[in-house]
Design a protein around this ligand. Structure first.
Ligand SMILES: O=C(O)CCC(=O)c1ccccc1C(=O)O
Ligand SMILES: [Mg+2]
Length: 368
């Protein structure tokens, strides 16, 4: 394929409920949508998942647009691409900026899947027919409100829940949840809010039979996580710390984690995500697919990735209606009994809804 035209749209989507982490609250999601067209007219879509502010990792909506416009789009436009795996090699002269790279690489994967008449899942080598779904719950106004919400999610069939913690919003909250829901498949995510000075609190969390503790320590750390993992029986799951295959290899070698959360954007695309999946499989490290509060395009890519065999733990890719009044794809992503069916039709298996996309577009630019 040769990309002839790339359209970047800045989308703003109201959220049904605000999402609060240790760093703040998001109540509307702004992101970039990438539409790429090749010389034969096939159109592929990608979503740049970076937030407006750099609280999760260093990338932002504006840095992803800058990288796309000034570096990544000029590299790909009018270049012959045989297979999407070539995109990461073409981007190898550009350091990091993983979410920017992943957004356009995702569109190339979509075009490739359509042209080879496979679903994106099949193109990646995934064979699950359906995937297990969990849900991530932000910090709530009170523990009672949180527990009510968790109960509602269990009734809806979600296979596990993840609760956000931060200093002074941790042990007592989890104790209260466990008192009412002792068997709930439960995990916590700290988004890097602790240090080894908090060993005492982190060890107290070890008694609650949690599935895992996600990213307790610094975003760029794997050394202290290894020290912490040696003191805990609960698996540490790394999120922010793993931005590449090399990061994953080193973390596994050091014993920094027992589980890895793979996010396509955080690791620079589907090709790198699949390499990390394969590495973890060889090393008996279970993985699951994390979320970035994606709209439908990003959600579709997550579903395809999760169809690979070593995604053995439920991910954060919940249904469209959990986040959005109206998603940007048809059909929307639907969860039934805690499962999402992996689409079998060519490409991502969902159709972008141009009417909704146009309504939500704040600005757009066409590159050709
Ligand atoms: O529901 C989702 O898409 C994931 C929710 C979530 O936990 C999250 C949301 C925004 C940024 C980081 C994270 C995270 O996994 O740490
Ligand atoms: Mg996380």
């Amino acid at each position: 394929m040769k990309l002839e035209q790339i359209t970047v749209r800045h989308i703003k989507m109201p959220m049904k409920a605000p999402f609060t982490t240790s760093f703040g609250t998001i109540d509307e999601k702004e992101f970039l949508l990438i539409e790429a067209r090749d010389q034969s007219g096939t159109v592929g879509w990608g979503e740049a998942v970076a937030f407006v502010a750099p609280w999760y990792t260093e990338e932002t909506l504006k840095t992803t647009w800058h990288m796309l416009e000034d570096f990544l789009i000029p590299i790909l436009l009018h270049k012959e691409i045989g297979h999407p795996d070539e995109v990461s090699a073409l981007f190898s002269s550009i350091r990091r900026n993983c979410m920017a790279k992943a957004s356009i690489e995702g569109a190339v994967w979509d075009i490739y899947a359509q042209q080879t008449k496979q679903s994106l899942a099949q193109a990646l080598g995934g064979d699950k027919e359906r995937i297990e779904v969990g849900v991530s719950v932000g910090i709530q106004s009170s523990t009672e409100a949180l527990i009510d919400l968790l109960k509602a999610h269990v009734i809806k069939g979600y296979k596990r829940v993840k609760v956000k913690i931060k200093p002074d919003h941790d042990v007592e909250v989890i104790r209260a949840i466990r008192a009412e829901m002792p068997d709930l498949p439960l995990m916590v995510d700290a988004n890097s809010a602790y240090t080894l000075n908090d060993m005492d609190v982190l060890q107290q969390l070890d008694v609650f039979n949690l599935l895992m503790i996600e990213q307790p320590l610094a975003v760029d750390d794997i050394v202290d996580h290894a020290k912490l993992q040696r003191k805990l029986k609960t698996s540490i799951c790394l999120d922010e710390s793993i931005t590449s295959y090399e990061d994953a290899r080193k973390a596994i070698e050091l014993g920094s984690c027992g589980v890895i959360n793979i996010k396509i954007g955080r690791v620079g695309g589907l090709t790198e995500a699949r390499r990390i999946h394969d590495l973890c499989k060889e090393n008996n490290i279970p993985v699951w697919c994390g979320g970035m509060l994606e709209a439908g395009i990003g959600r579709a890519h997550n579903i395809a990735l999760t169809s690979l065999t070593n995604f053995v733990l439920p991910g954060d890719t919940a249904g469209s209606s959990h986040y959005w009044y109206e998603d940007i794809i048809t059909p929307e992503v639907i969860v039934e009994d805690g499962y999402i069916r992996v689409p079998q039709t060519a490409g991502i298996g969902y159709t972008p809804n141009r009417k909704v996309i146009d309504e939500l577009t704040i600005s757009k630019k066409v590159y050709q």
